[in-house]
Design a binder for this molecule. Structure first.
Ligand code: AHR
Length: 511
């Protein structure tokens, strides 16, 4: 008898678990504003990010405007990119700006020593970068060379970009066709100074940063670009602590780099970009969630020393083995539904901690790592990650409204992570609820009690999903994964209900 009762109870629990609904509540109050800059991009002279990616040159047979690919440019414009970081990355630590100004035919061809020893013809340089930012309507973020450069190189470059007096650099800029100064918004003083940027110790870099920072604003013609210190590699809190302690008053922001690897082995195989196992799927989503541990910890350390300093996650995303058959130094990888889920869950983390964040830049914009766009000859495809960035840009500059819920779990091999991740924001009287279900097998039903938000009904709903976590768009089938109208949401008596299929990202607009 006792045994029968136990079995009945166990069965009831299972049935309940299957029919489980996640109740979400909110007090409707705004906690902070989500800076648009969280949706920043990064374009390095690496592989085919710049060349073939955005830049083909005026004489290319590929449709272009003044050398910028028309198809790629138009797709980027749709993303509402708030800020673009250039020219690296590690590449920036070997970049000398004079190689990239003046008539393109006269610029030197040099070896890209960090990335595959590829020859770099420098046809994309300072003018091409700032003109791109102007055309995209985004802020500019320049990385300064601390590795093979000098404070004098930096000073002259900053004068060239921002100056209005009759200095040799401003005269040169005018001779090169640009009368008025360019608008410089951020300067990164060094990149990965603990690694490719000189393998420095934090105490030493803190002094170098103080030195460069002293001259940075002096040569910016009274404009004051945000000075970004080169920050920590993922969980290295010691780096952040030493930097803030020794140079905190000289910086405006400090960066953080965090890449997710399907197999966390920087020296061996990182795992394939496609055709991967559930274990590698699980690992990526689980490790992506770790951004939610490290971001608040770094912010806490920063704020202990300097309340005004913001954290910039200026390199993030998934890093897999390169696509078979491509140059391993070019970091070209396919982009799957898994990567889209990593993007949406990471953006949720950035939204949550936006009170301490200045900007974030996914790595990288085109043809490199977790790219928005992949190109082949005159063809282009938009990746699942592109679609997330476009779908989520409704959160840019919106008010973040915290949600309360206990997520059901996605369990693999005895390890559990949250199946659901979500953001609610409000801008111009319109609410957007974005929810991700990372569970590859189970759908999730949610119900949001909207009593505390002023919305009459659902005005739009979209979904990104696919049958398998390793599905991706190809040049033959470019639209396998793209946003579609979502019919699984309804609102009745102030309660929003939605049924999220496995591995899906949904946006619901409420007015
Ligand atoms: O994004 C690729 C590389 O990753 C960057 O050049 C470097 O900063 C990081 O190690």
């Amino acid at each position: 008898m006792k045994r029968t009762l136990l079995l009945t109870a166990a069965l009831a629990t299972t049935l309940c678990a299957n029919a489980q609904k996640t109740e979400i509540t909110t007090d409707g109050k705004s906690a902070h504003v989500i800076p648009a800059e969280i949706y920043g991009q990064f374009a390095e002279h690496l592989g085919r990010c710049i060349y073939d990616g955005i830049w083909v040159g005026k004489n290319s047979t590929i449709a272009n405007q003044d050398g910028y690919r028309t198809d790629v440019f138009n797709a980027l414009k749709e993303l509402k990119i708030p800020v673009l970081r250039w020219p690296g990355g590690c590449f920036a630590e070997t970049y000398h700006w004079r190689d990239g100004v003046g008539p393109q035919k006269d610029r030197p061809t040099l070896k890209n020593v960090f990335w595959g020893n590829t020859m770099e013809d420098n046809t994309f340089g300072t003018h091409e970068f700032f003109t791109l930012c102007e055309r995209l309507g985004c802020k500019s973020y320049l990385s300064i060379n601390l590795g093979t450069g000098s404070t004098r190189d930096m000073a002259e470059w900053l004068d060239y970009i921002t100056g209005t007096d009759d200095t040799p650099e401003v005269t040169l800029r005018k001779k090169n066709g640009r009368e008025k100064p360019f608008k410089l918004d951020y300067i990164g003083i060094g990149n990965e100074s603990w690694g490719c940027g000189g393998n420095m110790l934090p105490e030493y870099y803190a002094n170098v940063f103080r030195q460069y920072s002293t001259y940075a604003h002096l040569y910016c013609n009274n404009t004051k670009p945000v000075r970004v210190a080169s920050g920590s590699n993922d969980f290295d809190y010691h780096w952040t602590e030493v930097l803030l302690k020794n140079a905190g008053e000289h910086m405006d922001h400090i960066s953080l780099h965090y890449y997710v690897l399907p197999i966390r082995d920087w020296n061996g195989s990182k795992g394939p970009d496609r055709g991967f196992t559930e274990e590698q799927y699980f690992t990526v989503i689980r490790d992506g969630y770790k951004m939610g541990e490290m971001v608040p910890k770094h912010i806490e350390i920063i704020q202990k020393y300097q309340k005004h300093v913001k954290l910039d996650v200026d390199e993030w995303g998934i890093w897999t083995d390169p696509e078979p058959g491509t140059n391993s130094g070019h970091l070209y990888q396919q982009n799957t539904l898994r990567d889209a889920l990593l993007a949406s869950t990471t953006l949720d983390i950035f939204h949550k901690y936006a009170y301490g964040i200045g900007m974030c830049n996914i790595a990288q914009m085109i043809n490199v790592l977790q790219a928005m766009i992949l190109t082949k000859g005159d063809k282009m495809i938009l990746t699942p990650t592109y679609h997330v960035f476009k779908m989520y840009n409704v959160h840019q500059n919106a008010e973040y409204i915290p949600l309360n819920f206990k997520s059901p779990k996605y369990t693999f091999n005895g390890e559990s992570i949250d199946a659901l991740s979500a953001t609610l924001s409000k801008k111009d009287g319109v609410y957007h609820l974005t929810i991700t279900n990372v569970d590859p097998k189970n759908k999730q039903t949610i119900s949001l009690n909207a009593a505390n938000i002023v919305a009459k009904g659902i005005t739009k709903a979209e979904i990104i999903t696919s049958a398998k976590f390793n599905d991706f768009n190809t040049f033959e089938k470019p639209d396998l994964i793209k946003p579609a109208a979502f019919t699984g949401a309804s609102m009745k008596k102030g309660v929003v209900e939605a049924v999220l299929p496995p591995m899906s990202i949904v946006t619901i607009e409420l007015k």
